[in-house]
Design a protein around this ligand. Structure first.
Ligand code: GDP
Ligand code: MG
Ligand code: ZN
Length: 276
């Protein structure tokens, strides 16, 4: 029985990739009985009948999975923001980052529209995301500046793109893939038509052996599986000072001799990150 990877699922039918070919497959009834829903990114065992109809027989154990968007086995989540419009929503960025770290997915910040860059946004990124140690890239999907670095970084990884509408995710993916596979639209077009241009998660192979997908719905991610007291562990730049506050139970808000707040005042933790 061949092993494949699920690239997308629409209306109960799944596209399974194996040895350079794709197969349209249905999950066997057993999945419904045990409450398992196949997800894009899943490794599976499948077979193809003579009629050409494929069956997914088994989902292999997952490295990780997300519910919204419904994807599995993600190595890297690319959080795309724009260096001009729309204005970056760093609260959303931080919610996605914490959720990814909790799920053992590497979050990467990509600042797109470098061709229109505003200096104040670049400096906000440096001050707040430099101390996290997480990878940050400055690119332009339009001029293709910085894209080569991204492609190299993604080599052989399973990658999803997340972020606000209008930041250039589809344009960036098109530029990376090298041809128009995705729909793109300007912000005004989208508002006029009142629709989202990306509806399903669909993994695409790109040069360097990466699998990449635009992921509708990622901007609604809430870190709701993380306990309040544990959130601090998903802020990598807090790590050097955690456990060093005066009070063991410090939640780093109003307590005296709080090392987190000291680190914020010394610029070792960005104040925007701390507020978020
Ligand atoms: N100037 C400039 N515009 C860009 C760039 N990337 C995307 N855009 C534009 O931003 C708008 C939104 O892009 P789109 O890819 O649809 O964003 P998405 O909603 O994140 O998928 C479109 O009008 C794009 O042409 C870029 O690097 N520079
Ligand atoms: Mg899009
Ligand atoms: Zn503290």
């Amino acid at each position: 029985m061949p092993k494949g990877i699920i690239l997308k699922g629409v209306g109960g039918m799944y596209t399974v990739f194996c040895n350079g070919e794709t197969y349209s497959c249905k999950p066997r009834g057993i999945f419904r009985n045990i409450g398992v829903t196949p997800l894009p990114g899943d490794d599976c065992m499948f077979d193809v009948t003579e009629s050409g109809q494929g069956n997914i027989n088994e989902i292999l154990p997952r490295e990780n999975s997300l519910i919204r968007p419904a994807v599995a086995n993600i190595d890297i989540a690319v959080i795309v923001i724009a260096l001009s419009s729309p204005e970056p929503d760093f609260y959303m960025v931080d919610k996605i980052m914490a959720t990814c770290l909790f799920k053992k997915i590497e979050p990467v910040l990509v600042a797109n529209k470098a061709d229109l860059a505003k200096e104040d946004i670049i400096s906000t990124i440096k001050v707040n995301y430099g101390p996290t140690g997480l990878e940050c890239f400055e690119v332009s999907a339009k001029t293709e500046e910085g894209l080569e670095n991204l492609v190299q970084y993604f080599a052989n990884k399973t990658v999803v793109f997340a972020g606000q509408s209008g930041t250039g995710k589809s344009t960036l993916l098109n530029a990376i893939v090298g041809h128009e596979l995705m729909e793109t639209g300007s912000i005004s077009e989208k508002i006029e038509r009142g629709r989202h241009t990306t509806r399903h998660t669909n993994f695409i192979h790109v040069q360097g052996g990466a699998l990449i997908a635009d992921t509708p719905g990622f901007s609604n991610v809430e870190p709701d599986e993380i306990e309040e007291d544990d959130l601090q562990f998903y802020y990598p730049e807090f790590e050097p000072v955690l456990g060093r506050c005066k009070f063991q139970s410090c939640i780093h808000i109003n307590e005296p001799e709080c090392k987190v707040k000291e680190a914020v005042s010394e610029g070792l933790i960005g104040s925007l990150r701390y507020e978020n």
